[in-house]
Design a protein around this ligand. Structure first.
Ligand code: NAD
Ligand code: MG
Length: 404
C-alpha cells in the first residue's frame, strides 16, 4: 500500500460512500457526522432501501446519490426535489464509478457487498483516491489487477475489515518491501467461529438463515453474516490478507478467538507477537482508516479488559468449516480460482438465504464449481469477469440439477 500522508488540505475532505445504506455505510456516516470539520459527504449510494437512502440524503445533503436503475433514480429525484434537497440522483454501474472517481472526491468508502462493488472500487483506486476497503470480494476477485492499479495510480488503500485493519496497525510502515524484510514470521488471523462454533457438525445441515445471521459478537449485513457462520468469511479474508500484505497463504494462520477482542496479530521472528484489541465495533477501523495516520474519536467505548476477563484460542475444525479449506486451496491455486470461489459462494449464500439449499450445501456448490472450472491467469479485468460469470453458471447448473 502506498503512503500518502494524512490531511494535506485544510478544507473538509470530500467522501463518497459506496453502499451507504448498509451496515458499514451507516457506521461510516456515524463516524463522519462526529467530525463535520474534517469530512463532507459528497455522494451516497444504495441499491434496494430507497426510503433509507432518501432519509440519509435529507440528513447529510450529499452532492450526488446513486441508485440501481433509472426508474428508481426518477422516483428518488422527485422525492428529494419535493424535500427541497438539491442532491442529484444518478444510477447504475456508470453512476457508481462516476462518484467513485469524481475529481472533487478525496476519500471513497468501498462498502458495497459482493462482486457488484468491483468496478466502482477499481475506479476509485485507478483515480488515486484514499480508498477505505470494506468490500473484500473486490480484492479477492481481482487481487493482482487491483494491486497493480494501486501501484500505478498512487492511491492509498486502507483496510476496513477489522482483521486487516488490525494487521496494518501491527505492521511497521515499511512492510511493503516484503514481510520477511521487516522480520514477520506469520500473520495470525483471528476468527470468532461464528454462531456454529460449537454445534455438532451433523446438525449443521438443518440450521436456518436466521440462526446463521445471528452472529454472537458483530452486527453485519446478511451475506457476510452467513459467510462468518460458514467461515468462508475467514477464507476470503485469508486471500485478502495475501494481497494486502504480500503474504503467501502458508504465512497466514487462522486462529479461533471467540471473544472477538483481539482483531488479529503479527508474529515476528524474535518471538514478539503484536495484537490490536478493541470492542467489536466497526467504527474503530473506520475511524482509523479515515484519519490515518492521525487518530480521531469513533464513538466506540473504551475496552474494559476486566469485564472481558479472559481471551480464548482454538484451532478451526476442517470438518465443521469446509469453506475455509476451499478458500485456502483457491488462494494457493491463484489465477481466477479466488474469483470463482467468490462467485460460487455468492450464488450459494443467496440460495441459502432464500431457503433453496441447506447450509452445508454452500460448500458443496463451491467445491463443484472449483472442480468443474480450471483456473487461468488474470491478465485483464475481462478474465476476472468471465470467470465470475462461468462460476455463476456452473453454480446455477448445480441448483437446477438438484431441483432447487
Ligand atoms: P450490507 O448488506 O449491510 O450493505 C451492503 C450495501 O451494498 C448496501 O448499501 C446495498 O444497498 C449495497 N448493494 C448491495 N447490492 C448492490 C448492487 N448490486 N449494486 C450496488 N450496491 C449494492 O453489507 P455490509 O455488512 O455493510 O458489508 C459491506 C461490505 O463490507 C461487504 O463486502 C462485507 O464483506 C464487508 N465487511 C463488512 C463488515 C461488517 O461488519 N458489516 C466487516 C468487514 C467487512
Ligand atoms: Mg473481518
Amino acid at each position: 500500500m502506498a503512503c500518502r500522508l494524512g490531511r494535506v488540505v485544510s478544507r473538509p475532505l470530500q467522501i463518497t460512500i459506496l453502499g451507504a445504506t448498509g451496515s458499514i455505510g451507516l457506521s461510516t456516516l456515524d463516524v463522519v457526522a462526529r467530525h463535520p470539520d474534517r469530512y463532507d459527504v459528497f455522494a451516497l449510494t444504495g441499491f434496494s432501501r430507497l426510503a433509507e437512502l432518501r432519509a440519509l440524503c435529507l440528513k447529510h445533503r450529499p452532492r450526488y446519490a446513486v441508485v440501481g436503475d433509472q426508474a428508481q433514480a426518477r422516483i428518488l429525484q422527485d422525492q428529494l426535489h419535493a424535500d427541497g434537497v438539491s442532491t442529484r440522483v444518478l444510477d447504475g454501474e456508470g453512476g457508481l464509478s462516476e462518484v467513485a472517481a469524481h475529481p472533487e472526491v478525496d476519500v471513497v468508502m468501498a462498502a458495497i457487498v459482493g462482486a457488484a462493488g468491483l468496478k466502482p472500487t477499481l475506479a476509485a483506486v485507478q483515480s488515486g483516491k484514499r480508498v477505505l476497503l470494506a468490500n473484500k470480494e473486490a480484492l479477492v476477485m481481482s487481487g493482482a489487477l487491483f494491486m497493480q492499479a494501486l501501484r500505478d495510480s498512487g492511491a492509498v488503500l486502507l483496510p476496513i475489515d477489522s482483521e486487516h485493519n488490525a494487521i496494518f496497525q501491527c505492521l511497521p510502515t515499511d512492510y511493503s518491501q516484503g514481510l520477511g524484510t521487516v522480520g514477520v514470521r506469520r500473520i495470525l488471523l483471528t476468527a470468532s467461529g461464528g454462531p456454529f462454533r460449537e454445534m455438532a457438525p451433523d446438525l449443521l445441515s438443518d440450521v436456518t438463515p436466521e440462526q446463521a445471521c445471528a452472529h454472537p459478537n458483530w452486527s453485519m449485513g446478511r451475506k457476510i453474516s452467513v459467510d462468518s457462520a460458514s467461515m468462508m468469511n475467514k477464507g476470503l479474508e485469508l486471500i485478502e490478507a495475501c494481497w494486502l500484505f504480500d503474504a503467501r497463504p502458508h504465512q497466514v494462520e487462522v486462529v479461533i478467538h471467540p471473544q472477538s477482542v483481539i482483531h488479529s496479530m503479527v508474529d515476528y521472528v524474535d518471538g514478539s507477537v503484536l495484537a490490536q484489541l478493541g470492542n467489536p465495533d466497526m467504527r474503530t477501523p473506520i475511524a482509523h482508516a479515515l484519519a490515518w495516520p492521525e487518530r480521531i474519536e469513533s464513538g466506540v467505548s473504551a475496552l474494559d479488559l476486566l469485564r472481558v476477563g479472559r481471551l480464548d484460542f482454538q484451532a478451526p475444525d476442517d470438518r465443521r468449516f469446509p469453506c475455509l479449506r476451499l478458500a485456502r486451496t483457491a488462494a494457493e491455486v491463484g489465477g481466477t480460482a479466488p474469483a470463482m470461489l467468490n462467485a460460487a459462494n455468492e450464488v450459494a449464500v443467496d440460495a441459502f438465504l432464500n431457503r433453496r439449499i441447506r447450509f452445508t450445501e454452500i460448500a458443496s456448490i463451491i467445491d463443484d464449481v472449483l472442480n468443474h472450472e480450471a483456473s487461468v491467469p488474470t491478465v485483464c479485468l475481462e478474465d476476472v469477469l468471465a470467470a465470475d460469470r462461468r462460476a455463476r453458471d456452473v453454480a446455477g447448473q448445480w441448483l437446477y440439477r438438484n431441483g432447487r
